[in-house]
Design a protein around this ligand. Structure first.
Ligand SMILES: *Cc1c(COP(=O)(O)O)cnc(C)c1O
Length: 380
């Protein structure tokens, strides 16, 4: 048997340490993709490894209806870091499940069906989340999708205000689009969504699955705009590589959310991993580091290759570089000739979502290599 969903890359990764991974020949790679932002505190962070191994020998899983100290502690910790007074949480295993729950909760709590989503948006690949996802390439051949979804251009306040009415259950939006190419709207955009959803009695769902946990230089990307949504979804790096998702809800959503559930909901192992991850983000001041190192990275790229690339954009350590040729061939060259791993976002954007522990020496290593690739002086 062999896997078939992913096309395999020609590097066999065996071990990770901080911002680096090592292949089967012990060749070292700078990991600026971090497997889609899944290791915010770095690979095999000793603090996380200790907590997870300690928990593993005590108790791996117990169903969600039994209180267990690690999960209770995570509920409390998430309450401390959640935007505004958001105080209720549903735990699951992935981003798409966190959004799936958000959509169900919003429909149940409002008694309405219409969901407004954005063009170029990405929210996951199960039917509800996929129905909120824009690109045809993810949807084709899987129809019929779920009814009631409507798309408006991203970043256009007027379009969203026009679309939201008294039949709207929710708006679902990324505060910065990730898969869509690292697109940041104005702060006014999120504020406008907040205002029109409140006026219409609809829920504002913000998908912070890629942007959350300090990635953009604030703990949540909505913090840049001082907006508190009704529902915030989190996943990817929250347990530093173990599968965990969370749907954070205001009381009015949680108190009328219907009958949702799942066998796996924040077991002791993933809860301890998430608690340890959140501790490291705080103790190592990684939100500030994301802001500072991200600014240095953008400045350095602009200084080195600003004239040769179309655009450098993003916030904190969520960065997109619009390149003049196919992103995939550049990524391949970066990996094979320079031992640097990064990600695409669409066909022409090189995307960086490194561990938040990245420092300026790593940035310098990347910029030197990237300059060589852009200028074609690489020997690949
Ligand atoms: C990755 C991602 C998802 C889906 O998360 P999965 O864990 O892959 O299901 C949803 N929304 C955004 C913004 C993402 O980046």
């Amino acid at each position: 048997m062999s896997g078939f969903v992913f096309s395999e890359k020609p590097i066999q990764i065996e071990r990770g340490e901080g911002v680096f991974v090592f292949d089967s020949s012990n060749e070292k790679y700078l990991d600026l993709g971090a497997s889609y932002a899944c290791v915010p505190v770095g690979h095999s962070h000793p603090g996380v490894v200790f907590e997870v191994t300690d928990q593993l020998s005590d108790l791996t899983y117990v169903q969600g209806s039994y209180p267990v100290s690690s999960r209770t502690a995570l509920y409390e910790r998430l309450g401390e870091v959640a935007p505004g007074s958001i105080g209720k949480v549903w735990l699951c295993n992935s981003g798409t499940e966190a959004n799936e729950a958000a959509i169900k909760f919003a429909r149940h709590a409002t008694g309405r069906t219409k969901i407004v989503s954005t063009m170029m948006g990405f929210h996951g690949r199960t039917y509800g989340s996929l129905s909120a996802t824009w690109k045809d390439e993810y949807r084709e051949g899987y129809e019929p999708l779920v009814d009631g979804f409507e798309f408006v251009p991203y970043g256009d306040s007027e379009a969203i205000v026009d679309a939201v009415d008294d039949e709207t259950a929710a708006v679902i939006v990324e505060p910065i689009q990730g898969e869509g190419g690292i697109n940041a709207p104005s702060d006014e955009y999120l504020a406008a969504i907040r205002e029109c959803t409140t006026d219409a009695g609809a829920a504002m769902i913000v998908d912070e699955i890629q942007t959350g946990l300090g990635r953009t230089g604030e703990f949540w990307a909505v913090d840049h705009a001082d907006v508190v949504p009704d529902i915030v979804t989190v996943a990817k790096g929250i347990a530093n590589g173990l599968p965990l998702g969370a749907t954070l809800c205001r009381d009015w959503i949680a108190s009328d959310a219907g009958n949702h559930g799942g066998t796996f909901s924040g077991g002791p192992l993933v809860s301890r991993a998430a608690l340890a991850t959140l501790d490291v983000i705080e103790s190592e001041e990684l939100v500030t580091n994301a802001q500072q190192t991200g600014a240095y990275l953008i400045d350095s790229i602009n200084a080195a290759v600003g004239d040769s690339v179309r655009d450098v954009r993003g916030l904190g350590l969520m960065i997109g570089i619009q390149v003049p040729r196919g992103a995939n061939s550049m990524l391949r060259e970066l990996a094979i000739s320079h031992n640097i791993l990064a990600l695409p976002a669409g066909r022409t954007v090189v995307r960086l979502l490194p561990p938040l522990i990245l420092d300026e020496t790593h940035v310098d290593q990347f910029v030197t290599a990237f300059e060589a690739v852009v200028n074609g002086s690489s020997d690949a």
